[in-house]
Design a protein around this ligand. Structure first.
Ligand SMILES: Nc1ncnc2c1ncn2[C@@H]1O[C@H](COP(=O)(O)OP(=O)(O)O)[C@@H](O)[C@H]1O
Ligand SMILES: [Mg+2]
Length: 262
């Protein structure tokens, strides 16, 4: 049976004014995928997400989301943005943050929620194990719990695709592990595209890995290939010495197994 890609990108170029940030990107993602994208700071990861969300118009090339334009396909996309400082100090409740996921554009002053909206909010909070804390305010939560609320807000839109931009950057390592486990569960129903520079964590949980540094290196596999290493990092040896898990490295060209566990 023909499998339609949930995100399909071909020969895409994008950037800001005269600055090209992404060049010749080709990428297909399917409903059961859980893709981790790594890459150096400034490599264009967030820019790629903005293109997928229809917030940045590509200069060249083609992109579809759920078979439609990014703007149309966006209603199927749940998005957890990179920095979430806005209500760290603001006493808005967990429930209200997640309810924002149900508000239609232009109706922000109208806080009417249908029974279906309420059900979706409740279900989203249940999935992230935050329902019991729904009356807490955001400033009363840990970084990991706050991140679960933002994931709940994305889930409240009942998405087919979840995009997360560095979701664990302000979270301690135990909460990170829990977040990655949660995402693995969600991936039973939702396609996930996760951006991170935490290569060790990403390689433990995702199904396939790609690398963004102006170009996108992606082979629909979990192997970190030489082209990815060279494009993403100046010094691959250094990276390996810092604990790159053995199993994601390609085997030696001459058939000899590397032992990089030291
Ligand atoms: N709104 C913007 N206007 C102009 N340049 C931008 C803008 N956002 C990002 N850039 C530039 O685009 C490049 C890629 O940035 P970004 O996509 O945020 O990278 P990453 O998420 O991989 O760190 C950087 O050089 C950055 O300075
Ligand atoms: Mg970024």
């Amino acid at each position: 049976m023909f499998r339609q890609a949930v995100i399909s990108i071909s020969d895409l170029w994008a950037g800001y004014e005269a600055d090209t940030v992404l060049e010749d990107v080709n990428f297909d993602m399917y409903q059961d995928d859980y893709v981790g994208l790594i890459g150096p700071n400034g490599g264009g990861k967030t820019t790629l997400i903005r293109v997928i969300l229809g917030l940045l118009q590509p200069d060249r090339g083609k992109i579809t989301v759920m078979g439609a334009s990014p703007k149309e396909g966006r209603r199927h996309v749940g998005y957890v943005p990179q920095f979430q400082v806005e209500d760290k100090h603001f006493p808005i409740s967990v429930w209200d943050v997640v309810a924002m996921g149900r508000l239609k554009p232009g109706l922000f002053s109208n806080t009417f929620l249908s029974p279906h909206d309420k059900e979706a909010i409740e279900k989203a909070l249940e999935q992230t194990n935050m329902l019991d804390l729904r009356k807490r305010t955001m400033n009363e939560l840990s970084g990991g719990q706050r991140q679960r609320v933002y994931i709940s807000r994305a889930l409240a839109t009942e998405p087919k695709i979840l995009l997360l931009d560095e979701p664990t950057s302000s979270v301690d390592s135990q909460s990170s592990t829990q977040l990655y486990e949660l995402l693995a569960e969600l991936n039973e129903r939702i396609a996930i595209l996760l951006i991170s520079h935490d290569l060790t964590a990403i390689s433990t949980y995702v199904k396939t890995i790609g690398c963004v540094n102006r170009q996108l290196f992606y082979h629909h596999s979990k192997e970190i290939t030489e082209d990815m290493l060279h494009s993403a990092y100046e010094c691959p040896i250094d990276l390996i010495a810092h604990g790159l898990p053995h199993r994601v490295l390609p085997s030696h060209q001459h058939g000899e197994e590397h032992d990089r566990t030291n």
